[in-house]
Design a binder for this molecule. Structure first.
Ligand code: DX5
Ligand code: ZN
Length: 218
């Protein structure tokens, strides 16, 4: 089933526990955790300690998106019994194949993220190794940006490559996802939809999650 992945980057950090309870109540599938280091992207968000403060307080799994220059060094810090995916950026990894194996060796699913300017073809040689591909639909660094349409074409290409090769990795889309474009994003082949501001800036967060689920579960 397609899953909604609210990004806590857009949550009110002073009420993080309450906000997470609200998305859980609304039927979110997984918590998207955006870690930024101020090097790979021009912003600093939060580290593993913040994510770990939620462990055990929610039943939702964690979907860790590392926007950092040295994922090999920091990925282990994000491993908890609730961590389902750790996603590293293709653009940050000189030895991508090795870094994917290193994430898997931590006992979690390995994702690889592509910035808007990075083609899907750059993953051809590692597609059979990944558990998830994250297509960025904004340039990473900030919540609340506008969806870049080329992402849809990339999701379609990736879905075709997946089918042609009989693979079963997940496809996630991240950035500028709203109630208005969610159907098109899921229709293109994405089964994990990240939404930050569209969820946490809503007046009624559980209701907004339910509205997303109605759209993406088809
Ligand atoms: C961007 C982050 C996204 C972001 C999504 O760098 O990776 O996960 O928080 O936020 P919205 O949905 O507001 O674009
Ligand atoms: Zn993200």
């Amino acid at each position: 089933m397609n899953r909604l992945a609210p990004s806590i980057l857009s949550a009110d950090f002073s009420r993080l526990g309450e906000h997470v309870a609200e998305i859980e109540k609304g039927g979110a599938g997984i918590i998207h955790v955006d870690a930024m280091d101020g090097h790979f992207v021009p912003n600093i968000s939060f580290g593993a300690a913040v994510m770990k403060s939620l462990a055990g307080k929610t039943k939702l799994p964690f979907d860790v998106h590392l926007m950092i220059t040295d994922p090999d060094k920091y990925a282990p810090e994000f491993v908890t019994p609730q961590t389902e995916y750790i996603t590293i950026h293709q653009e940050a990894c000189v030895h991508l194949h090795r870094s994917i194996q290193a994430v898997k060796a931590l006992g979690v699913k390995a994702g690889v993220a592509l910035n808007p300017a990075t083609p899907v073809s750059s993953l051809e040689c590692v597609l059979s190794d990944v558990d998830m591909v994250l297509i960025m639909s904004v340039n990473p660094g900030f919540g609340g940006q506008k969806f870049i349409p080329v992402a849809l074409e990339k999701v379609r290409q990736l879905s075709e490559m997946k089918k042609a090769r009989g693979l079963c990795f997940d496809i996630e889309v991240d950035g500028g996802v709203t109630l208005e474009n969610a159907a098109e994003v899921a229709g293109a082949g994405a089964n994990l939809l990240v939404a930050g501001s569209a969820v946490f800036k809503a007046d009624d967060i559980p209701e907004r999650c339910r509205a997303f689920n109605e759209i993406i579960r088809g």
